[in-house]
Design a protein around this ligand. Sequence first.
Ligand code: ZN
Length: 148
Amino acid sequence: MPSRAPDIAVSRLPRLDKSSALSPRAPCPCDGEQLYAACCGPWHAGLSASVHAPTPEALMRSRYSAYVMGLIDYLMATWHPSTSPGDLELSPVKWLGLEVRHTETGGDAGVVEFVARCRTSNGAQRLHESSRFVRQDGRWYYIDGHSL
Ligand SMILES: [Zn+2]
């Protein structure tokens, strides 16, 4: 899977409401230039059919989109059992865009550095994080992340 240009202009990402994000023909929440059906949609839909995001970056993007769309089941299913919170409640956050800065994969381990922008009751925020992923039985899982 080719990596993307690291400097996606966040300002070009369209604002999405939940109904448009759920349409396969809508722009993907993680990247306004890709259709949802050609980006994160297949990974969200494939959960029951054992179709999984093939790279740490694809998983990271699909998890960001899942946060945008409120897909808690997907977030839990892609969280490694060793670090999973067991339950998840999404806070009322308006997600505004994702920028993947850097990805690194070696064997069954991967790291994705990203900036996610959102708006909360405290105003606009910018989350700059590095997330760790692991591949187990051919499937990538999110382990944890730390702020940069
Ligand atoms: Zn996407």
